[in-house]
Design a protein around this ligand. Structure first.
Ligand SMILES: Cc1cc2nc3c(=O)[nH]c(=O)nc-3n(C[C@H](O)[C@H](O)[C@H](O)COP(=O)(O)O)c2cc1C
Length: 362
């Protein structure tokens, strides 16, 4: 593997995080690692997993155990997908194309960000035939939103993931302190083209285009922009979970944007049970935020998630080793999920149930 830093081979996500910290300049590192405000939610996303324990069952035949499952009808090698993260060329010159190839090799779904530094068409061409979703921000100019959806449809993306927790960008103080700005070579070509803007837009200029008037009533209209299923990303309450179901979402992602939007909201794992109860099996519930271990995945599934997504771990893999690094992160997590399933006495993620998780004491 072509890692930037010659050291013992990384064996887990934390190792990749350390390597990425060494590989990245302070500005991009703060952008990727940081959260909003005092970063309480950022930390809590991870700490929440230690508030739960696994309740393994013994003497179960796990000889044929596998992490394989399906998400929204698509077969995947594991219940772990790649979350949309913006500006991946800041992490590695190969950017989103490398992530797409890594996800394809790991046989899982990549969700491409609206704020990608590579167009949806180019990302699709980097890994033809692999399943992909497109994350959408709605723009004030409906034409920009439609142009992005049309490009995603034409390039064969299988679902639209509408992010609803970012009508404006959160206050990320690491970026304010570092004076972080996108370098000229890191651009958002699909948005710039659709919006008729020059390629080199700043993060603030891009967010200024986002529609902060969007309401639940607009959901059907956005869903109607294509025939693709629509997932709503950024739900944290039972109230919004019900609204997502009522307004025709095919799935939802319990997410707080990796602690980057409203600081002080619940860790996603803590929000998951009320959302699962409100959804009551009507649509698939996914979760992201703080997933760093296979055991985290098993805990989230026991609490009712169909699958999880990872944001920063992929960025760390990409920064440390490009496509190989991102792929290794996915393979390490897949092996961890399989091991956790075997040791928890569950030959398939599909049969994990609430009784496999319990509250930690103390
Ligand atoms: C650097 C960075 C950029 C992100 N960009 C986007 C984005 O463009 N669209 C989006 O919906 N979510 C975005 N997210 C949120 C992720 O999709 C995901 O919710 C979050 O990273 C999950 O938490 P984790 O990083 O702990 O895995 C971003 C997250 C990070 C860390």
């Amino acid at each position: 593997m072509n890692l930037h830093i010659a050291s013992a081979a990384p064996v887990n996500v934390a190792d990749y995080e350390r390597l990425a910290h060494e590989a990245l300049e302070p500005g991009p590192l703060g952008y990727f690692a940081g959260g909003a405000g005092d970063e309480r939610t950022l930390r809590d996303n991870i700490e929440a997993f230690s508030r739960w324990t696994l309740r393994p069952r013994m003497l179960v035949d796990v000889s044929a155990a596998s992490a394989r499952t399906s998400v929204l009808g698509t077969e995947v090698s594991m219940p772990l997908l790649v979350a949309p993260t913006a500006f991946q060329r800041l992490a590695h010159a190969d950017g989103e194309a490398a992530t797409a190839r890594a996800a394809a090799a790991a046989e899982t779904i990549m969700c491409l960000s609206s704020l990608a530094t590579t167009t949806p068409t180019e990302v699709a061409a980097a890994a033809p035939g692999a399943p992909r979703w497109f994350q959408l921000y709605c723009f004030r100019d409906d034409g920009v939103t439609r142009a992005l959806v049309d490009e995603a449809v034409a390039a064969g993306y299988a679902a639209i993931v509408l992010t609803v927790d970012a009508p404006v960008a959160g206050r990320r103080e690491r970026d304010l302190r570092s004076g972080f700005a996108l370098p000229p070579e890191v651009t958002v070509p699909a948005i710039a083209r659709a919006a008729g803007k020059p390629d080199g837009m700043s993060v603030a200029e891009v967010f200024a285009l986002v529609d902060d008037t969007l309401t639940w009533r607009d959901l059907e209209r956005v869903a109607g922009m294509s025939d693709l299923p629509l997932l709503v990303k950024g739900v944290l309450t039972e109230e919004d979970a019900r609204l997502a179901c009522e307004h025709g979402a095919a799935g939802l992602v319990v997410s707080n944007h990796g602690g980057r939007q409203l600081d002080g909201v619940a860790a996603t794992l803590d929000a998951l049970p009320e959302v699962v109860e409100a959804v009551d099996g009507r649509i698939e519930v996914l979760l992201d935020g703080g997933i760093r271990r296979g055991t985290d995945v098993v805990t989230a599934l026991a609490l009712g998630a169909r699958a999880v997504l990872i944001g920063r771990p992929i960025v760390w893999g990409l920064a440390a080793g490009g496509e190989d690094g991102a792929r290794d992160v996915l393979e390490l997590l897949r092996a961890e999920i399989e091991l956790a399933l075997k040791l928890v006495g569950c030959p398939s993620p599909d049969i994990l149930e609430r009784a496999h998780a319990g509250r930690a004491r103390g």
